[in-house]
Design a protein around this ligand. Structure first.
Ligand code: BTN
Length: 330
C-alpha cells in the first residue's frame, strides 16, 4: 500500500518531489519512502533522485496494478476495486468475493487469467502484460427479463472508453463483440444470478476482456484470422491502467443511467452496430442463414430468412458472412 501511495504522488506531481514532502503527506518515515522507491524501480519505474531536489518519475512501464489505478481513480473509488496479477477468471473471483456481501459497482481486474471464460462455454485468451480482464458487479432493481440489455449497454460503455483513450471508433457486432477492421478485439460475458425465492436479481456480473497491446503474431493460430488488438489496429501502445479506469468510469455512468437512459444507449448501439444489412449465419448448429435487418427497441436483432419469414433474436450467437464477390465474366 505504501508503494501505491508513493507511486500515486510521483505520477501526479510535475517535477521533482522531495522525500520529506512525500513522507509528511503520507505520514511515513523517510526510510519507508526510500524503500517504496526502491521497490518501484525494481518493478521497472525509472525514478531519478537528487539529494537536493528529491525524486522524479522519468518513465513508467505499462502496469495494471492497484497503485496505477489508485493514481487515476482515487482512494474512494478504489475501496471496491480489487486488482490481481493472475486469477482463474475475474468473473469467478468477483462472484466469490461478492458471495456474502455483493456491493454494487464492485470491480475485479487482473493482469492475466488462466481460465478466462467466453460466451457459450468458450475460453477467452487472456495472456499477461497486454490485455484488460475486468469484471463489475451490478445490482439493478429491474426484473431479470428486462435487464438483458445490460450486455448491449456495456458494449456501448466500453466502446466509449476505447474511443476516448485510444481515438478509434469500435463497431459492435450483435450482441456484444467489439470490432475493429472486421476483427474482434474485445468481448463481454454477462452472468446473472437470481434469488430463488423472490425471483429478483441477486447480482449481474459483466466481464469485459480487451486485447490492448497484443502483437498480431502473438495470437494463437486458431485466433489469428479473427482476433485483433488495439495495438495491432493503431500501431500505438496504450496505458492499460488508463483504459481500465475509463471503462470503470463508463460502467459507473451506466449504472447511474440504468434503466432511464435507454434512448441514448440504444441510439449509440444502433450507430455502432455493424451487423445489420449483412447476411448472417446462425451459430445454433442449424446452418441457417438470414438477412440482418434492424436493431429493435429492446436491442434484439430482427432477421429475415430467405423464405421471407422474420424472427426477432433476443440472444444467441451469429456470424457475419463475408460479402460475396460478383462472379467474374470474360
Ligand atoms: C466473449 O467474447 O465470448 C466474452 C469474453 C469475456 C471475457 C471476459 S475477461 C474478464 C471476464 N472474466 C472472464 O472469465 N471472462 C470475462
Amino acid at each position: 500500500m505504501t508503494r501505491d501511495l508513493v507511486l500515486s504522488i510521483l505520477k501526479t506531481r510535475k517535477g521533482y518531489v522531495s522525500g520529506e514532502l512525500i513522507s509528511k503527506e503520507l505520514g511515513l518515515t523517510r526510510a519507508a519512502v526510500s524503500l517504496a522507491v526502491k521497490a518501484l524501480r525494481k518493478d521497472g519505474y525509472v525514478i531519478l533522485s537528487s539529494t537536493k531536489k528529491g525524486y522524479l518519475m522519468k518513465s513508467a512501464p505499462d502496469r495494471l496494478t492497484s497503485g496505477e489505478l489508485l493514481t487515476i481513480l482515487g482512494p474512494e473509488r478504489m475501496r471496491t476495486v480489487s486488482v490481481f496479477d493472475t486469477v482463474h477468471s475475474t468473473n469467478r473471483v468477483l462472484s466469490e468475493l461478492a458471495y456474502d456481501d455483493p456491493k454494487d459497482g464492485q470491480v475485479v481486474i487482473a493482469d492475466a487469467q488462466t481460465g478466462g471464460r467466453g460466451r457459450y462455454g468458450r475460453s477467452f485468451y487472456s495472456p499477461e502484460e497486454c490485455g484488460i480482464y475486468l469484471s463489475c458487479l451490478f445490482r439493478p432493481e429491474t426484473p431479470p427479463s428486462s435487464s438483458i440489455p445490460i450486455t448491449a449497454w456495456t458494449a456501448v460503455a466500453v466502446s466509449r472508453a476505447v474511443e476516448t483513450v485510444c481515438g478509434v471508433q469500435p463497431g459492435i457486432k450483435w450482441v456484444n463483440d467489439l470490432i475493429l477492421s472486421g476483427k474482434k478485439f474485445g468481448g463481454i460475458l454477462t452472468e446473472m444470478s437470481i434469488e430463488g425465492e423472490s425471483g429478483r436479481i441477486r447480482q449481474i456480473i459483466t466481464g469485459i476482456g480487451i486485447n490492448v497491446n497484443n502483437s498480431p503474431s502473438s495470437f494463437p493460430d486458431e485466433l489469428k484470422n479473427t482476433a485483433t488488438s488495439l495495438f495491432a489496429e493503431t500501431g500505438s501502445t496504450f496505458s492499460r491502467a488508463e483504459l481500465a479506469c475509463a471503462v470503470i468510469r463508463e460502467l459507473d455512468l451506466l449504472r447511474k443511467a440504468w434503466p432511464d437512459g435507454q434512448t441514448e444507449y440504444l441510439r449509440e448501439y444502433r450507430a455502432r452496430n455493424i451487423t445489420t444489412n449483412h447476411t448472417i449465419l446462425l451459430m445454433d448448429g442449424s446452418g441457417r442463414t438470414a438477412s440482418a435487418e434492424s436493431i429493435g427497441d429492446d436491442f434484439s436483432l430482427k432477421i429475415r430468412y430467405p423464405d421471407g419469414s422474420a424472427e426477432k433474436l433476443t440472444s444467441g450467437e451469429i456470424s457475419i458472412r463475408p460479402v460475396e464477390e460478383p462472379e467474374r465474366t470474360g
